[in-house]
Each structure stands twice: as structure tokens, then as C-alpha cells.
Write a protein that binds this ligand. Structure first.
Ligand code: SAM
Length: 301
């Protein structure tokens, strides 16, 4: 008798998960309506969404066909680059003849794709000794196709103010949590401070009317026990990622203070990750990737 009444009171886990799955999208709808955004808007600055892969297929197919190395990157790590690159290409205005800076491009052939297929004038910035060993080989190919290669640190970029129409940075800023040799890790407040500094740099080099697109990793504090990328945790948390409940403060507020506008709704609600595997990244069930679009307002003439 007692166990029966207990069973009735407790919502079985399966049903609870189903309830969450179907009610959580309402958070997004309510949020979008409350902020007066047009609900037909194609994208929100938000978490990785594996369900979006199908909608992004024609874009990611074009990337894959462009270059075998790019194809391998798109297939790796649960396909996260499909979403990161796909969302950018789907949502940014045309790149034709625009000045594009790819910060921390590493081994990626995305800059070459933007130059050759989208007609952009591309500059890439990476450390003098990039983390990724493939960089040297990639660099030769980029140079052959008029991509400008600059070495430097994203915290202090070697560019004039207002230089680029687009500043993009995919899966790079989280590396500020550790030294370039990965041997030492910085305290969280230093990591956050360096992150804010880098966002300010990205904004500084952006032309009025220009767009920033960045992606990086986030986690739900207290829920992550393992990390497929970093292997070990640091003080109980993964390194190279930001706590979900601080994303607004670290990323959105920093850009807001600089005067940025946000072309799409920004929805960093941790319930979205908790409710469904579709938002989890390859690193852990309670980790995700998020993206952010920000714009520097055009100056009034
Ligand atoms: C994950 S990899 C490359 C990601 C690449 N954007 C992509 O789309 O696949 C990160 C890159 O960021 C670079 N990086 C890390 N810290 C940096 C810094 N402070 N300044 C510039 N580049 C940095 C690394 O050298 C590495 O090439």
C-alpha cells in the first residue's frame, strides 16, 4: 500500500524526461515573445542542437565537398563543427568582398572556404606556436590562396581598430583557461578576466556594422563527472569551458557594455541541456557548445 501510493506521487523518470522534452521548448517561445523578437527568426544564439543538423545539411555538404580535411573535421566530435559552421553560414549576411578575421583558425580550412567559395578577403590569426600540429601544412595552402596569415595573441591583436566586417572564432576562447603548453591552468577569475579582455579586442577590431560570431563550450556546474576532451576535472569542473549560469554575465554583458546589438535571441537556459541529449556535446552529457552573434552598430552619418 505504502509503496503504491509512493509510486503514484513520484513521476516516473521516463515520463518526467518526456514532460521536460515537450515543455522546455516553451521556455524558448515564451522568451522570444517576451522580448518581442520575431518568432520566424531562423536562429537563436544558443546551445548546440543536434536536431538542426538536418536543416543545415546543404550548407555542411558544400563544406564537406570543398575539402577532405574539412569533411573530416565536420564528422569528428559528434559533428559539432557542422552546427558551429552551419549556423554561421546560415545566419550571417553575405561574405562577398568583406574583410573577415578568423581568430584561432588552427587546422581549419573554413578560412579557405570563405575566401574561395564566398568571395571574402580573409585574415587568420593564431599563436606563433599554434596548439595544432596541422597548422603548418594548412598555412601553406592558405597562403597560396591569398589568405593573410598573422601570428599573435587574441588578447592583444595586431590590428587597427575597426578593421573587419566579420570577426569569427570557433572553439578558441575556452583555451584561455590554460597555458599554451596545457601544463598550467589559470584560476577561474583570471580565465574570466582574459575572456572579457579578448571579447573587447574582438569588438575593437570590428568595423561599425560588423558581425562577431563565436562559439565555445559550457557546462552545468556540479553535474559533470568526466570530460571526453580534457580527461580530468579541475576542482570538480571541466577546464576549457564556462558555467552555463554565468554565460550571460561573461559574454552577453561584456558585449552589451561595449554597445553591441544582438541580431538573434540569446537563450542560455540550462533546462534545455538537462531536458534533452540533443543539446549535449561529445565532452559530457551536461556539457554543450554555445554560440553568440553580436553586432557593432553602424555609426550615424
Ligand atoms: C580548437 S583549435 C582551432 C579551432 C578552429 N577555429 C576550428 O574552427 O576548428 C584552437 C586554436 O586556437 C588557437 N589559440 C589558442 N589560444 C590562442 C590565443 N591566445 N590567441 C590566438 N590563438 C589562440 C590555438 O593555437 C588553436 O589553433
Amino acid at each position: 500500500m505504502t509503496s503504491k501510493s509512493l509510486q503514484i506521487k513520484r513521476v516516473p523518470k521516463k515520463i518526467n524526461n518526456l514532460l521536460l522534452k515537450y515543455t522546455v521548448p516553451n521556455i524558448v517561445n515564451e522568451f522570444v515573445q517576451e522580448h518581442g523578437w520575431n518568432t520566424s527568426t531562423k536562429v537563436a544564439s544558443s546551445f548546440l542542437d543536434n536536431w538542426a543538423f538536418r536543416n543545415l545539411k546543404s550548407i555542411t555538404d558544400e563544406l564537406s565537398e570543398f575539402d577532405p580535411h574539412l569533411k573530416r573535421m565536420l564528422e569528428g566530435n559528434g559533428g559539432v563543427r557542422k552546427w558551429e559552421y552551419g549556423m554561421m553560414l546560415q545566419s550571417c549576411p553575405p561574405f562577398q568582398d568583406k574583410q573577415v578575421l578568423d581568430v584561432g583558425s588552427g587546422p581549419s580550412m573554413l578560412p579557405l572556404f570563405l575566401a574561395k567559395r564566398k568571395g571574402a578577403q580573409v585574415t587568420v590569426l593564431d599563436l606563433p606556436k599554434p596548439f595544432t600540429i596541422e597548422f603548418e601544412e594548412m598555412s601553406r595552402r592558405l597562403l597560396n590562396d591569398n589568405v593573410i596569415l598573422r601570428s599573435g595573441d587574441m588578447r592583444n591583436m595586431p590590428f587597427e581598430d575597426n578593421s573587419f566586417d566579420f570577426v569569427i572564432s570557433v572553439s578558441v576562447i575556452e583555451h584561455l583557461s590554460h597555458s599554451p603548453d596545457h601544463k598550467s591552468f589559470f584560476p577561474k577569475d583570471v580565465f574570466v578576466e582574459e575572456t572579457r579582455k579578448t571579447l573587447t579586442e574582438m569588438y575593437r577590431v570590428l568595423k561599425p556594422g560588423g558581425w562577431i560570431y563565436l562559439t565555445t563550450d559550457a557546462y552545468i556546474p556540479g553535474r559533470v563527472k568526466t570530460d571526453a576532451w580534457g580527461k580530468k576535472l579541475l576542482d570538480g569542473n571541466p577546464f576549457g569551458a564556462y558555467p552555463v549560469n554565468e554565460l550571460e554575465d561573461i559574454f552577453v554583458s561584456t558585449f552589451k557594455k561595449l554597445g553591441a546589438a544582438f541580431p538573434f535571441p540569446i537563450i542560455y537556459d540550462q533546462d534545455l541541456i538537462i531536458s534533452s541529449f540533443r543539446h549535449s556535446s561529445y565532452r559530457n552529457r551536461f556539457m554543450t557548445v554555445f554560440n553568440l552573434f553580436a553586432q557593432k552598430p553602424s555609426t550615424m552619418s
